[in-house]
Design a protein around this ligand. Structure first.
Ligand code: 5GP
Ligand code: ZN
Length: 113
């Protein structure tokens, strides 16, 4: 399958890994939008959040829990951090393999752009 994140998971394309487990990996974003910008990516190829089914419920929770753990490890809990899932091109999704952005280390505004 011609999927960038599947290739990264399979180590066919290099990335800075910050976490790996049975169900997910986390890498540093190549074009960081904050001092901390990680991507938590399921090993399973789901195109987007809207591609997830009932059987993926545990996996979705896992991605968020890992994201929070990585943020906590980086001391972001007190100042706050942001998790983002862009679903579909209209919402800014550019890589069509589900991923959770974890951003921190600067102030964030609401509503997001
Ligand atoms: P999306 O726009 O789909 O929500 O997020 C895709 C993210 O993947 C972007 O933040 C982009 O910078 C990141 N990205 C794109 N190509 C690569 C790559 O080859 N390596 C890494 N580490 N991140 C990438
Ligand atoms: Zn994929």
């Amino acid at each position: 399958m011609d999927c960038l994140f599947c290739k990264i998971i399979d180590r066919k394309i290099p990335a800075q890994f910050v976490h790996e487990d049975e169900h997910a990996v986390a890498i540093q974003d190549i074009n960081p939008q904050a001092p901390v910008h990680l991507l938590v990516i399921p090993r399973k190829h789901l195109v987007a959040l809207s591609d997830a089914a009932a059987q993926d419920q545990m996996l979705l929770g896992h991605l968020l829990r890992i994201g929070a753990e990585l943020a906590r490890e980086r001391g972001l809990e007190a100042q706050g951090f942001r998790t983002v899932i862009n679903n579909g091109a209209g919402a800014g999704q550019t890589v069509f393999h589900l991923h959770v952005h974890v951003l921190g280390g600067r102030p964030f505004h609401w509503p997001p752009g």
